[in-house]
Every structure is written in structure tokens, then in C-alpha cells.
Design a protein around this ligand. Structure first.
Ligand SMILES: [Zn+2]
Length: 372
């Protein structure tokens, strides 16, 4: 294993931070895999999974079983990890800008297309290599004038030319689920199976450019532009894995999730050992546009009457919001048939607050599909 340290732009003198990446295997010896944890710095299940993955990858490297390079970033957001307000960690939004750490990654399709247009040919592998080289150049030219910009550039620089990108997050309270690009589903399905994902949510454009989509979207954008002229496969399988809820930080879960990721990489041929047989797919994927939030209409004590992982029908009561002054009880119902896959971990709702999400089969929403 090699450890690399990447200094970030210091916001103020004397506060320099760095990103640390762990490199297993050898570059250009097979596929490149990039895995990062806790880009939302207060989402910690992934950080523990990374701890277990480090041990797996170190052993596999010692045994000479890696066919490619694996880059593991166990703390993807040292900036967010340092943010605390009134004793509560604040890892989702940067204090300075208010920006979500997992949004606003660059869309580089135009720049890359311009750089490679004259050199494309009939061979897909040739075109993939061209696009990756142009991507590395384009990312290197991204601004790093603020600490956040330098963090985004470093993360993209490590990931943009990978065959597999796994971004480890969690929800507030949730069953294990994942987000990935619709065109990537054939490649992502084995991952969903090994992880035992209760649902996979697919989109081609989630809105506001989250990290995984910034890595993968360029491939279907360019493939569409070049259709019938230059072959281009979906050369980056990127997914955001939601490792249940904030509090689901335990060795049994993390060991299981790390083993599932190792099994997926074995299935892909990155690890030279017999692949574990594929477990069943728990549920067919659903459109991200079919994930329907449930909102509180009034403030009050939030009491859930259904658990995450429950199948609910349209009209089913999922929660109550109780006004403690006058005793008014508002019932919150699902507006669709689907899977109650995530709910808030707070137990006091404010008017308008989104308290739960139900995944359904019909794409009912449009526009920006992710929460703040
Ligand atoms: Zn997250």
C-alpha cells in the first residue's frame, strides 16, 4: 500500500488540511477502482467500511491477488469533519459558502469533446483512453482558489479516470440503498445484489451534479453525441451507496458491507479469486424520479408508525405529527405504493419538513431530484 497526501488550499494561514489516499495494487495493471467515504462528513458508516476495506485490500495485495489499482480515500472531507456547531457535527454543508459538499462537481463533456474530437477512432478502448486523458487535463484546470474548490478538484482528480467509483454515504434512518446512472444498471446490478440493497434509484440527471454522477455522466453524454460515429462504452461505473442511517455504525454491518464490495470487485475481475455466487436481487431498480417525499404540514412531535423497509400502499399512514399545545394530530400518508426506504432521525417536525421518502415505480417528479 502506498499512501499519498494531497494538501488543500488553506482558507486562512495556519489551518492547512490535507486529503489522504491509500493506493493498493499497481496503476495501469488492470481496472482502476476508486472508493471514498464520508464526503458528507457526518455520515460515518462508510468510514468504518473503509477501515475494513483497508484490511481486505492490504491482504489481497500481499497475496498478489489484485489485478489493477484500488484507491481508497477513508476521509473524503477533512474540511467538513472539522465543522461543529454547538456540539453538533455539521458535515453536509460548508460553513463558508453554505454549499452541499456533494454537489456542484464540474460537468466536463464540452471541454473533453473539444480536446479529443480530432483523434477519435473506430476502437472503443482507444476512445476511452483519449477521454480519460482529456478528463485528467480538464480536472487539473479546475479552480482551487478556495478550500472547498481544492477539495472538489482533488477528489475528482483521483476518481475521474476510474472504471469503478463508489461513494459511501448514509441517510438519516434508512435501509441500504444506492443511487446510480440509468445506463449503468447492468454494471451496478451485481453490486446491488452483493450489498443486499433494498432498492436502487436510477437517474441520468439528478440535479446539481453530485460526485458519482460527475464521474459517470460524461460517458453517456458523449456516447449520445457520438452515436453512430465513434464507439464509447460506459467506462465509469459510479454509484453512491447509502449505508443505512447515521447511527448504523457497527462492525457486523461494516464487515458485511466491506465483504460485499470485495465480492463485487472479484466479480468484476479486479481480484483474482473465484467470485462468490450472486445473491438474489431484492427489488427491481426504481427511478429516482419515483422517490416521493412525505412532508409535515404542521410542527409537532413526530411519531413514526411504519419502519424503514416497510412496503406501504397509497394512503397508508406513515407517521403522525402531534401539536403539543392543542393536541391536534396530523396523519402523514404515503401518496404512492412503494418502499418506505428512509425517514428522518429527528422526532420533532417543523411545518414543511420532509420526514420520509417512499420509492415507487413511476417517475412522477422532474427537475432536481435530490434533497438539499
Ligand atoms: Zn450523503
Amino acid at each position: 500500500m502506498q499512501q499519498q497526501r494531497h494538501p488543500l488550499t488553506a482558507a486562512t494561514p495556519g489551518t492547512a488540511r490535507e486529503l489522504v489516499s491509500l493506493h493498493f495494487g499497481a496503476p495501469a495493471s488492470g481496472q482502476k477502482v476508486y472508493i471514498q467515504a464520508s464526503l458528507h462528513a457526518d455520515e460515518l458508516p462508510g468510514m468504518l467500511v473503509a477501515h475494513h476495506l483497508r484490511q481486505h485490500f492490504s491482504r489481497l495485495e500481499r497475496e498478489g491477488l489484485l489485478r489493477g489499482e484500488i484507491v481508497l480515500v477513508p476521509v473524503a472531507n477533512p474540511l467538513g469533519l472539522s465543522q461543529t456547531l454547538l456540539h453538533v457535527p455539521q458535515g453536509r454543508f460548508e460553513f463558508a459558502s453554505g454549499e452541499n459538499f456533494n454537489r456542484y462537481y464540474p460537468s466536463l463533456a464540452d471541454q473533453v469533446e473539444q480536446a479529443v474530437a480530432q483523434h477519435l477512432g473506430p476502437r472503443a478502448d482507444h476512445n476511452v483512453a483519449l477521454v480519460r486523458a482529456a478528463l485528467r487535463d480538464a480536472v487539473a484546470k479546475q479552480p482551487a482558489d478556495t478550500e472547498l474548490a481544492s477539495l472538489r478538484r482533488r477528489l475528482m482528480g483521483l476518481a475521474c479516470d476510474a472504471d469503478v467509483v463508489l461513494d459511501l454515504h448514509c441517510d438519516t434512518e434508512a435501509v441500504l440503498h444506492l443511487y446510480t446512472g440509468t445506463p449503468l444498471w447492468p454494471q451496478a446490478e451485481p453490486l446491488a445484489r452483493y450489498l443486499g440493497a433494498e432498492v436502487s434509484l436510477l437517474a441520468t440527471e439528478s440535479g446539481d451534479a453530485p460526485f458519482d454522477e460527475a464521474c459517470s455522466q460524461i460517458w453517456w453524454q458523449l456516447a449520445e453525441r457520438w452515436a453512430g460515429r465513434h464507439p464509447l462504452p460506459m467506462a465509469c461505473m459510479a454509484a453512491t451507496i447509502e449505508l443505512r442511517g447515521f447511527a448504523d455504525v457497527s462492525h457486523p454491518n461494516a464487515e458485511r458491507d466491506a465483504a460485499a464490495i470485495v465480492a463485487f470487485l472479484t466479480h468484476r475481475g479486479v481480484i483474482a479469486q473465484p467470485p462468490a455466487s450472486l445473491p438474489p436481487l431484492l427489488r427491481e431498480p426504481m427511478p429516482l424520479a419515483g422517490s416521493i417525499p412525505i412532508h409535515a404540514q404542521q410542527g409537532g412531535v413526530l411519531v413514526f408508525v411504519r419502519e424503514v423497509g416497510d412496503e406501504v400502499a397509497c394512503g397508508d399512514v406513515v407517521a403522525e405529527v402531534i401539536d403539543p399545545y392543542d393536541g391536534r394530530v396530523q396523519t402523514l400518508r404515503s401518496s404512492i405504493d412503494g418502499l418506505l426506504y428512509a425517514r428522518d432521525n429527528r422526532r420533532f417536525a417543523t411545518a414543511g419538513m420532509r420526514v420520509a421518502k417512499v420509492a415507487g415505480r413511476e417517475a412522477l417528479r422532474s427537475g432536481k431530484l435530490l434533497s438539499a
